[in-house]
Design a protein around this ligand. Structure first.
Ligand code: PNS
Length: 159
């Protein structure tokens, strides 16, 4: 059986912490689909199209990684893609409560789908898209915490 995992998120924008989880996932699963949520509740900095494009560029060397976007429930998307797993990164204890709730409801809605958690690399455990946007706004150098293509895109946004 081919193992296909969906790695969902807002990715506004993708950071090196995300990329670490995606690449480690890609070394375990046959295929990883990175899925960007069309989230109408949040006011994103980058459009879905921009986020997908940044992810495509950042993952271009990972042969078994695809980038896509989705609307609605994650579990419905996972089933539609005939995937068998969801991958999420865990940074700190504070991530745990939300992730446990999400994994539990996803298990209820799709008992055949497993959620796998990976501890984020210690180098990136403090990192989030929000922190990146916050410091990039004040022209801080973010070149060692986001892919180059994202650093360039942030520069353009704040020019
Ligand atoms: O990067 P994020 O914002 O932490 O990702 C959250 C995401 C996209 C995984 C989560 O919000 C999600 O799965 N949304 C889709 C709606 C859904 O399925 N909700 C039930 C499970 S929380």
């Amino acid at each position: 059986m081919t193992s296909i995992a969906v790695c969902p998120g807002s990715f506004d924008p993708v950071t090196l912490g995300h990329l670490d989880i995606i690449s480690r996932g890609a070394s375990v699963f046959d295929k990883v689909i990175v899925a960007v949520l069309h989230n109408r509740n949040k006011q994103p900095m980058f459009t879905v199209e921009e986020r997908v494009s940044l992810l495509c560029e950042a993952t271009k060397d990972l042969e078994n990684v695809e980038v896509d976007s989705f609307n609605g429930l994650l579990i419905d998307y996972v089933k539609e893609k005939k995937a068998n797993a969801i991958i999420r990164g865990l940074r700190a204890v504070s991530d745990f409560e939300y992730e446990m709730q999400a994994a539990s409801i996803n298990k209820k809605l799709g008992p055949e789908i497993e959620t796998f958690f990976m501890m984020t690399n210690n180098h990136y455990s403090y990192l989030s898209s929000s922190i990146v946007k916050e410091v990039a706004k004040y022209n801080a150098d973010v070149s060692d915490i986001v892919p180059n293509v994202v650093a360039e895109a942030l520069k353009k946004k704040f020019k």
